[in-house]
Design a protein around this ligand. Structure first.
Ligand code: PLP
Length: 421
């Protein structure tokens, strides 16, 4: 459920009509609903009610400071994957003890930043990373709290670019080598083992792969405890999918996911961490765009929008589907038109949808891409010197720009022409 509904024939974000935002900030723009963000966090929190848990929002899905502040104020922790994200989380007021640090390529500088600033745990992904972390922690007179990310070799049955739990993927250490690596970790002077971490991929629409992975983690917990390790925390990653195509997908609900967690690892007495990103931010955001032209091709009509692949890359990168709806509610029973929906960028890949049935549109009309709150704004670029588009936050009847569109001067002045040129 989200808070983007038609009222009096116009699509609203909570209580604000989208044309009102468009008139103020111009198109294209992203708009997020505070109520939807809050609701999604709360669903996970309720799903784990009664279990000692921390929801570490995967901020790479949407890391705007305002979004982080909403999450942080609700009590969320953060899953960060770079020193930049660590700084962003801290700037939004999230305390270090609620931040977990993931990623296969943490640098020594990033480790030092987090150790000095405060960190809940590092999710370590390799032996060389353990060694480096131990050395740095030792030099600071500290012990770094770690989980080790294991790769359970399960097929997440998702898009190949976002599957992370197969043996062939770069993530984690093979679960078959876990005992050996935990023994190594325990022997390092700058490391304190606190638990196990697993994350098998993103946009999972089926609970079965989670179940396989979590059962393996439960087994490993018992084995490692028998080896003498104090396994007290399980970080179960993120990855629960959302219904991008509402007419035909219904992924499992957080409540069912919570029940699965209890069933698989609930009896181990561990504190549970989860790292949802997409399910919190995805359906909490729309990308709103204006139609520049409707162009008739040889055998099809093109809807040319003012948004492009640089603003929302998911269709070009993953062949991803986004529902695209007119901001003005179509007449019930009206005959749709069929469009290839494209942006102005000079690449054929700049195609959002092919042969898409949408109510007939004309130049100047507004459309909204649903489910654009995750991996949208954060993956955007200024390709074709198209300025990053504004992000807007709605809270009931009020809205605010939470990232402004940069001016062309600002963009151009980022470059420097050497004196000798
Ligand atoms: C990307 C990522 C997540 C979040 O995945 P979602 O599909 O957005 O829930 C969680 N943990 C790690 C380690 C990740 O890399």
């Amino acid at each position: 459920m989200d808070h983007f509904l038609y009222r009096n024939g116009i699509l609203h974000a909570e209580d604000v009509p989208l044309p009102e935002i468009a008139a103020e900030v111009g198109t294209p723009f992203y708009v997020y609903s505070r109520a939807t963000l809050t609701r999604h966090y709360t669903l996970f929190d309720e799903a784990l009610d009664g279990t000692d848990h921390l929801i570490c929002y995967a901020m790479k899905s949407n890391s705007n400071q305002a979004v982080l502040k909403i999450m942080g104020d609700l009590g969320a922790g953060m899953d960060v994957v770079s020193g930049g994200e660590y700084r962003r989380a801290r700037a939004a007021g999230v305390p270090g003890e609620r931040i977990v640090f993931s990623g296969v390529g943490k640098t020594g500088e990033e480790m030092r930043l987090a150790l000095e600033g405060g960190i809940r745990q590092f999710n370590v992904e390799s032996e060389p990373e353990l060694a480096l972390l131990s050395g740095i922690a030792e030099s600071l007179g500290m012990k770094a709290p770690v989980t080790i990310r294991v790769n359970p070799d399960v097929d997440a049955r998702t898009h190949e670019k976002i599957a992370t739990g197969k043996a062939e993927n770069k993530f984690g250490i093979p679960i078959s080598r876990a005992r050996q690596v935990y023994a190594q970790a325990a022997a390092l002077p700058g490391i304190e083992v606190v638990g196990i971490d697993v994350h098998i991929g993103s946009q999972l629409t089926d609970l079965e792969p989670f179940e396989q992975a979590y059962l393996k983690v439960a087994d490993l917990t018992r084995t490692l405890r028998a080896d003498g390790h104090d396994i007290r925390r399980l970080d179960l990653g993120g990855g629960l999918g959302i219904p991008y195509e509402r007419s035909n997908t219904a992924p499992p609900l957080p409540m069912e996911y919570g029940a699965l967690i209890r069933r698989t690892v609930g009896d181990l007495g561990c504190e549970i961490e989860i790292e949802p990103g997409r399910l919190i931010s995805g359906n909490a955001g729309l990308l709103v765009s204006g139609v520049i032209y409707v162009k008739s091709g040889e055998d099809r009509d093109f809807l040319i929008l003012d948004a492009a692949m640089n603003d929302l890359i998911r269709p070009a990168m993953y062949g991803a589907w986004h529902d695209i709806v007119p901001v003005k509610e179509p007449e019930p029973g009206g005959e749709p038109a069929i469009y290839d929906v494209v942006g102005p960028v000079c690449e054929t890949g700049d195609t959002f949808a092919k042969s898409r049935a949408i109510a007939p549109l004309s130049a100047g009309d507004l459309v909204a891409f649903r489910s654009a709150g995750a991996y949208g704004a954060v993956m955007s670029s200024e390709y074709n010197t198209r300025p990053l588009i504004p992000e807007v936050l709605v809270d009931q009847h009020q809205f605010a720009v939470i990232r402004a569109r940069p001016g062309f001067e600002e963009i151009i002045n980022r470059d420097t022409i050497p004196e000798w040129l």
